[in-house]
Design a protein around this ligand. Structure first.
Ligand code: SAM
Length: 332
């Protein structure tokens, strides 16, 4: 198994996985949807029965390599999602959520409503024993953002099961790789990986495609294995992984300062009582301050010392930082 560590393997996932023992803590599968997409090697127009039979085979192969406490996410379109659920029942998978990924830039239709969603079914092998890291994926609640309600839970709320913050990747998007028909957004994978695995866990994508799962798993310090039937996609995704080394998850690159992060920053600043001028000069103090802030915010944005210095300066200039008690005494 060691040779599968951080690898994109070229081949048919059913065949490749038949050689393995359980190893995957998390599986994300985004198979071809049988809707006629043009892939390099795979023919995306099968007879319905044969597609159903094939789906059962690869789902079973995935279950066989999923650890006892593992999680299994499957992306699927309207046409086949009910079949996937029936197969999952047969395989004794326990469904935790039926997620709808609602995207902008849906395909326009001439005489029916435009399709703007994909189903993501979230299963675990054991309903009482699995990883779910709620604190790693909290989002700002309306209570915090809209109503500025002081009673709101400081760390935000759990995301809903309709995900509408990830647009479908159009050709003009910077994140989009060349010549691949259905790349998933990194942010969406990041939510799944953060929720259902720990650093160092092993993430498998049996339909690796452009390598999104592997790229994000690698960025988030997980082990990855991707399997892909097209040698061309294997080669291109290996390059993508290499090029993304050291970069943040797409869409999370520029640190934003949501209200609750600003509030936490100000609290910490006043608690610590170290003037920002001194923080800027003392690297040790600044790095302790940074670690404390990131720990309090728990997930979302991991700010760097520079981010913090820049933000403190912005807040000071805007008159929003307030003087430390010592500063007030001195200025009297
Ligand atoms: C929907 S795409 C996956 C896209 C991927 N989530 C991404 O973000 O790039 C499905 C991929 O499965 C690959 N594929 C089809 N049959 C396969 C098989 N039996 N084993 C491995 N890969 C397969 C196709 O070549 C295609 O790249």
């Amino acid at each position: 198994m060691k040779r599968w560590l951080n690898k994109i393997i070229s081949g048919d996932c059913i065949e490749v996985l038949s050689r393995a023992k359980p190893f995957a803590d998390l599986i994300f599968a985004d198979p071809p949807f049988n809707i006629g997409y043009k892939y390099d090697k795979y023919n995306d127009k099968q007879e319905k029965d044969s597609y159903f039979g094939w789906t059962e085979k690869w789902m079973r192969a995935c279950c066989d390599v999923l650890t006892k406490d593992g999680s299994f996410y499957i992306a699927m379109c309207d046409e086949h999602v009910a079949d996937v659920k029936i197969i999952a029942n047969k395989l004794h998978l326990f469904m935790r959520n039926w997620i709808i990924w609602h995207y902008t830039f849906g395909q326009q239709m001439k005489n029916k409503f435009a399709r703007s969603h994909t189903h993501i079914l979230y299963f675990v092998k054991d309903k009482d024993n699995f990883t779910f890291k709620a604190d790693a994926i909290r989002v700002i609640s309306d209570r915090q953002k809209v109503y500025k309600d002081k009673r709101a839970y400081r760390d935000g709320k759990m995301p809903d099961d309709v995900w509408d913050e990830y647009p479908r990747l159009c050709g003009t998007f910077e994140e989009r790789v060349d010549d691949f028909p259905c790349q998933m957004p990194e942010g969406l994978l990041a939510r799944i990986i953060r929720a259902s695995s720990n650093e160092g866990d092993w993430v498998l994508d049996p339909f690796s495609g452009s390598g999104t799962t592997a790229v994000v798993a690698h960025k988030l310090n997980r082990i990855y294995t991707g399997i892909e039937i097209s040698e061309k996609y294997v080669k291109e995704s290996k390059n993508r992984i290499k090029d993304s080394e050291g970069l943040p998850v797409e869409g999370e690159g520029l640190p934003k300062w949501p209200d609750h992060a600003d509030r936490e920053l100000k609290w910490l600043y006043h608690e610590n009582k170290v003037p920002d001028g001194k923080l800027r000069k003392d690297k040790m103090l600044l790095s302790i301050f940074t670690a404390k802030l990131n720990e309090r915010l728990k997930k979302a944005q991991l700010y760097t010392p520079d981010d913090i210095i820049d933000r403190l300066e912005i807040l000071r200039k805007a008159g929003k930082l307030g003087a430390l008690r010592e500063e007030r005494v001195h200025s009297k």
